[in-house]
Design a protein around this ligand. Structure first.
Ligand SMILES: [Fe+2]
Length: 226
């Protein structure tokens, strides 16, 4: 079993915490800059930003006590947290007009370049680029802020982690782009990122049918994560 401080870097709890509602917006902001650095076209950049903003929407179906737990997660709790990728994809495909790219990113943003992520263990180019971009933006932001189980990491430590996971957790090109984006971050980027007003709204019109009556539904709540 992993300590929570390790879990933030790995499948399971990369972005649980009290500020996670802003986390989606900041992740989207970072992902957009990574996408631009990779010279993706404007429409694709916009799509990546929107998709990244919804990457953790499935966490609204995970028990709040698990998401905010300061200590170690047991196997059942870890499973609950990991299920957020499935809940998120389901929500984005069934709660109104299908958002296919966002669903793809929600499902696959915890896959690792080396195949050791979840839920499928996809590797390298089998992971869609939008998910590879979101993965590094997600971890960069999660490490940069204080969470219930860890303090905010200094930028140099965050970048050291990203560098250490280049070619492991992260696509090398995306890790390199994240490094370039980080080198140019304005000091108030946390605030600037929250100004992405066109992102982060999603009407959840129905609870996924498979969850109704399921034991996970006992922990269901309406907290907004995007
Ligand atoms: Fe996540």
């Amino acid at each position: 079993m992993r300590a929570h401080s390790e879990a933030v870097l790995a499948p399971g709890a990369a972005d649980a915490g009290p500020a996670v509602d802003h986390h989606g917006l900041r992740t989207a902001w970072l992902a957009g800059r990574i996408a631009r650095f990779l010279e993706l076209d404007a429409a694709t950049v916009e799509g990546v930003e929107e998709a990244a903003s919804f990457h953790d929407v499935g966490k609204r179906f995970v028990d709040e006590s698990v998401l905010s737990k300061p200590g170690r997660l047991d196997a059942g709790e870890r499973h609950q947290v990991e299920m957020h990728v499935v809940f998120g994809a389901w929500t984005l495909l069934s709660g109104g007009p299908p958002r296919r790219l966002a669903a793809q990113v929600a499902l696959l943003h915890h896959e690792w370049w080396n195949g050791r992520g979840y839920p499928f263990g996809l590797a390298r180019l089998a992971i869609p680029l939008a998910a590879r971009i979101t993965a590094v933006a997600d971890v960069f932001d999660a490490l940069s802020e204080e969470r219930c189980y860890k303090p905010a990491w200094p930028l140099r430590d965050v970048m050291a982690y990203v560098a250490s996971q280049r070619g492991r957790q992260f696509d090398p090109r995306c890790a390199d782009a994240m490094r370039e984006v980080a080198a140019r971050l304005p000091v108030d980027w946390h605030q600037q990122a929250l100004g992405v007003s066109s992102l982060g709204s999603l009407e959840i019109s129905s609870v996924p049918t498979l969850l109704q009556g399921d034991e996970l539904s006992r922990g269901m709540h309406t907290r907004c994560f995007v």
